[in-house]
Structures are given as structure tokens and as C-alpha cells.
Write a protein that binds this ligand. Sequence first.
Ligand SMILES: Nc1ncnc2c1ncn2[C@@H]1O[C@H](COP(=O)(O)OP(=O)(O)OP(=O)(O)O)[C@@H](O)[C@H]1O
Length: 253
Amino acid sequence: MIQLSAVNMNIHGNHILQDINLSVAAGETMVIIGPSGSGKSTLLRLIVGLLKPTSGEIWVKDKEISRLSEDELNQLRLNMGMVFQYSALFDSMTVGENVAFGLREHTKLSEEEISKVVRRKLRMVGLFGKEKVMPNELSGGMKKRVSLARAIAVNPEIILYDEPTAGLDPIMSEKIDRLISSTKRIMGVTSVVVTHHMTSAFNIADRIAMIYGGRIIEVGTVAEIKQSANPVVQQFIYGLKARGASSKRRFEA
Ligand SMILES: Nc1ncnc2c1ncn2[C@@H]1O[C@H](COP(=O)(O)OP(=O)(O)OP(=O)(O)O)[C@@H](O)[C@H]1O
């Protein structure tokens, strides 16, 4: 569904991403982990075509996206939902209008049909009946759920999540994790999730790719990543005291 081949990204002479090779199968949830500044968001922006790679190819479905015109990219983006780090809701619109936004922009559905979809998607994310509420009346976790409802409103085949649990308490984070998993199960979507939270990564991933210094240093299932022989991976997932038997494991915290 998504394939990056020998992708390099230089910005102002800095090698932000180097020789990235990664494929995400249809229906798979690929979680991208890595320290701050390692290039995770840049990778997501390349996949949606907001950035063009310096070299290499990025295939989404059957299209190499760096060669597409803006119109063709917009067409492809109809198949992609984005859940941004800070929810990115329109503050002057109600929850219902936010969720309906893509449907009004990109489909010819009647207002009645749009209302039905909005109601259904809000029910999916546990916010049934909240259409008339304004975003500033919602908690951070609720905003993320609205953002997810908006992303899935157009029935995308691919959903990209940038730090979906950032700033949330552990209980709300777990709710969001469950939603990401149920969205995958119910809609069969292909997901790419950037996260710092190892608990989330282990909860939702089919596979995890770790980026370090602009390179992918490990890709594998949750079990494979946990058992990685790479000390950088071990240190990242288990914290600084990775080697001690009594080490405090970040994902158990
Ligand atoms: N437009 C830009 N111009 C210059 N440098 C950039 C630009 N975008 C990203 N970078 C640099 O690229 C590197 C990777 O940034 P990116 O945002 O992809 O990292 P990240 O892993 O998502 O970080 P975080 O976890 O903190 O969000 C950083 O060093 C950043 O400063």
C-alpha cells in the first residue's frame, strides 16, 4: 500500500532522512518510533506529498507521489486521513462541522447524508450526540477523537497519525490506542502512526520501525523489537537503565 525506496531528504544541506526503505502492507499498522528530531514527522509529510524527497521513490497505492501534480496529489489525499499532533480542529466550527468538513469539500453527499455519516463517525469514537459542541469545550482527548472522526469520515484507505496520544493521560491514551486498533479492524485501514509512547506503540503496532539520526535502524514486530540486539533500540524502548535487571521499563510505566 505504501512503499518508500531509497528515500533521501535534505533540507538546507542537512541530511534529514537517509536511504529510507520501508513498506507498509494493506491493512497493516506501522508505528514509527525514534527520538525527537530523528525525522519521523518528515517521513509522514513525505508520505502525504507535503514534501518531495531529494531522491528516491514513494509509492502510495499504485502512484509514485513525487511525480504527481498538485491536482493528482489532492485526488490521492482523498484516500488518506490525517490525525495531527494538536488535533488541528477548526475552532470556529462545531464538532459536527469539523467532522463534516471533508465530506462537504470533496463529496456530493446531501446535507441529510452528511449528518448521518457525522453521527455514525462520532458514535464510533465515543462522542455520540456532540455535534453542536465547540472544540474549546472539549478536553484534549476528546479533541483527538473528533480529529479521528474527521479523518475517517471520508472512509480513507490510509490513516496517518502524528503523535495521537501526545499530552494525554495514560487512560485517555489507552482509549485512543483502542480506537486506532478498532478503526483498523472495522475499516481495514492501513495506518502509519508516529509516537513517542512505547506503551501505545506496543498496543497498536503490527510492526514498528525505529528511526535514529534520519535512518531506519530496525523494523520488526513488537516481539522482534522488544528482543532487538541493537543497544540503541534497547535504550530507546526500555530507558536509560536498559541493561539492569531492575531497570524501569518505560512501557510498563
Ligand atoms: N523545514 C525544515 N527546515 C529545516 N530543518 C527541518 C525542517 N523540517 C525538519 N527539519 C529538521 O529535520 C529534523 C527532523 O525533524 P522531524 O520534525 O521530522 O523530527 P521528529 O522525529 O518528528 O521530531 P519530534 O519527535 O520532535 O516531532 C530536525 O532536526 C529538524 O530540525
